[in-house]
Design a protein around this ligand. Structure first.
Ligand code: DGL
Length: 272
């Protein structure tokens, strides 16, 4: 048994590529269809209703590509709009539960930090999941609203003074609370991992939700006979809702593979 349909992945923009990168590493033969809603990024400052509406539209777009499962590679959607997936005809993966489990397994002092968008932090989603697994955990959460625009603008160099200072300010409550583990609760944030490591002097274990989720997806497709066993290397196609140029340039860097024009297409969700 095999399933040659692609895996569908979506995010508000570039962030979901940190999940795609991990997915490709573990499942090189799988085809991937990615949708980045670059025309409407950021999601994290918007209302719950708007985020749900966008998530439902993104999922509908991926279903039109006949995907075999959908990954909401967005901490914000996973935190406030995961219920849009209840009626999906394919399996759905979100970012919060797997990241919470990885953090609980990693912490030694039970002090866990969470950083994410304003909507994610306000939802308390990670804290709820962590406390289910480890009721005595102390969770310190901080929103980092400037991280997404920094990453979308290509500002993530670990030597960049603006990046380092921004990271320092946002992480100060996490460091002061003595957290030994930190969930990067927005999929854009692993792009800033180098800068975050410098500011935390390598003393805090960073949890990249893309790693946790791509491991869960790998196990799931293997145990449910959904692997694409007929393929050579998987084909990865990308769709965006704004002009593709800057996405293409940043995505090539983040994925370490050159994306030519034929692989990144602009789509208008309202006409579908
Ligand atoms: N990558 C999204 C997340 O994980 C992006 C945030 C945004 O669009 O504000 O939350």
């Amino acid at each position: 048994m095999a399933d040659s349909r692609a895996i569908g992945v979506f995010d508000s923009g570039l962030g979901g590529l940190t999940v795609v990168r991990e997915l490709i590493r573990r499942n090189p033969c799988e085809d991937i269809v990615y949708f980045g809603d670059t025309g409407r990024v950021p999601y994290g400052t918007r209302s719950r209703e708007t985020i749900k509406k966008y998530a439902a539209e993104d999922e509908r777009f991926l279903l039109r590509h006949n995907v075999k499962l959908i990954i909401a590679a967005c901490g914000t959607v996973s935190s406030v709009a995961a219920d849009t997936a209840v009626s999906l005809p394919v399996p759905f993966f979100e970012m919060v539960t797997h990241a919470a489990r990885a953090a609980v397994n990693a912490t030694r002092n039970r002090k866990i930090g969470v950083i994410g968008t304003a909507a994610t932090v306000l939802s308390g989603s990670h804290k709820k999941e962590i406390l289910k697994l480890l009721p005595e955990a102390e969770v310190t959460a901080a929103s980092c609203p400037l991280f997404v625009p920094l990453v979308e603008s290509g500002w993530y160099g670990e030597e960049d003074i603006v990046v380092l200072e921004t990271v320092r300010r946002y992480l100060s409550p996490i460091i002061s609370a003595g957290c030994d583990t930190l969930i990067l609760g927005c999929t854009h944030y692993p792009v800033l991992e180098g800068a975050i490591r410098r500011i935390t002097e390598g003393k805090i274990t960073l949890i990249n939700p893309g790693v946790a989720v791509s491991e869960a997806v790998s196990v799931f497709i293997k145990s449910n006979a959904l692997e694409n066993i007929n393929n050579g290397m998987g084909i990865h196609n990308f769709y965006v809702s704004d002009k593709p140029d800057s996405f293409k340039a940043q995505a090539s860097v983040l994925l370490g593979e050159e994306l030519d024009d034929s692989r990144v297409e602009q789509v208008d969700l309202s006409t579908l």
